[in-house]
Design a protein around this ligand. Structure first.
Ligand code: SAM
Ligand code: SF4
Length: 327
């Protein structure tokens, strides 16, 4: 399925919940956000139906995110059902790593071995300050268990001026001995209204730090839909990536659609939700009508994140939390 800018759209990211057990300050206020009532969330039946329809129009990859996906009851059941859908050759998960340890064996059996783990600091105190919770040891244990079990890990770290820029090299050094992609992400303004102004530490700043530390960095050719510019240190097992999420330099190869926990479609991270697919599904439409609706939404996908931002209807979008968008 191509959009009107000739981009192949084949990747859907679904937030299975807006709830979270951490309180990362770049994502939500300390008191949390007002969660959607459970009945407002897409049910697992609705999600698997949507995935089957998307599979029918050429989607191949799904990422489950949140909130914290492992916080939703019976999340493993959703993964089991999804693994039975032939069209999806890649089922990925983004998690904060606090609750997934006991599921590692089953994940492996299901062939779900690509996990994005969010770890913004390797310093327990800074980790606590950022996430407002004391789960550093638990998350690091998850990281090592996943590595030992052969999972492909992308480690996501949001880099913030005056908060964790000192972690950049230490995090990048994880790619020395482990086959992990360490990805540094620019902070985006989706923190549930916790703070208004972001003091940007940009992709350029992050590159400058990496270049100052490493005499040689090899550039790695990007694949369709990659949001990270990938580099590696010669001799290191893993890679390093920088995601210009705020500068938005990768929109021309965007291959994705997002669905929030309550079924709001975001054809761009920066739009304010273009259609509620939950209500459409609940109105009794056929699979064909559902497929046609997705095709229409894909055709209307904006050129880039700046266009999407301009088209927003609601000033409240600026107060959204990434926990309900899914990252
Ligand atoms: N709870 C899971 C986690 O933290 O990995 C999944 C959901 S979280 C919203 C998905 C990703 O979005 C995480 O890697 C997180 O660091 C990132 N994120 C959240 N708020 C962000 C913001 N304001 N700017 C940039 N990235 C953000
Ligand atoms: Fe929770 Fe993830 Fe948001 Fe942190 S970034 S508060 S772990 S949803």
């Amino acid at each position: 399925m191509t959009d009107s800018f000739n981009r192949q759209i084949e990747y859907v990211r679904i937030a299975v919940t807006d709830r979270c057990n951490l309180r990362c300050f770049y994502c939500m206020p300390a008191e949390g956000i007002i969660y959607e009532p459970k009945k407002e969330l897409l049910t697992y039946e609705e999600i698997t139906r949507i995935l089957k329809v998307l599979g029918g129009i050429g989607f191949k990859k799904v990422r489950f995110t949140g909130g914290e996906p492992f916080l939703r009851k019976d999340f493993m059941k959703l993964l089991e059902r999804t693994s039975e859908i032939d069209a999806f050759n890649a089922i990925h998960i983004t998690s904060n790593g606090t609750l997934l340890q006991r599921h590692i064996k089953r994940l492996k059996e299901l062939g779900i071995t690509k996990i994005n783990l969010s770890i913004d600091s390797l310093n327990a105190e800074r980790f606590h300050k950022i996430t407002r919770r004391n789960d550093f040891e638990k998350v690091m244990k998850t990281f090592h268990l996943l590595i030992e079990n052969g999972f492909a890990i992308k480690l996501n770290a949001v880099i913030m001026k005056g908060i964790n820029t000192q972690d950049i090299i230490e995090l990048a050094e994880l790619s020395k001995n482990f086959n992990v992609d360490v990805r540094f992400i620019e902070e985006m303004p989706f923190n549930g209204g916790y703070k208004e102004n972001i003091e940007m530490y940009s992709a350029k700043d992050i590159y400058a730090d990496l270049n100052a530390h490493y005499p040689i960095l090899n550039k790695i050719a990007s694949k369709h839909g990659d949001t990270a510019d990938l580099i590696s240190v010669p001799g290191y097992k893993g890679n390093i990536g920088v995601i210009a999420a705020f500068s938005r330099t990768f929109c021309n190869t965007c291959n994705r659609l997002r669905i929030s926990a309550k079924g709001e479609i975001k054809s761009c991270l920066y739009d304010d939700g273009v259609f509620n697919i939950r209500d459409f599904v609940r109105s009794g439409v056929s699979d064909k009508e559902l497929a046609n609706k997705f095709a229409e939404l894909i055709r209307l996908k904006p050129k880039d994140g700046f266009e999407a931002e301009k088209m927003r209807k609601s000033p409240e979008s600026a107060l959204q939390s990434m926990s309900s968008i899914g990252g």
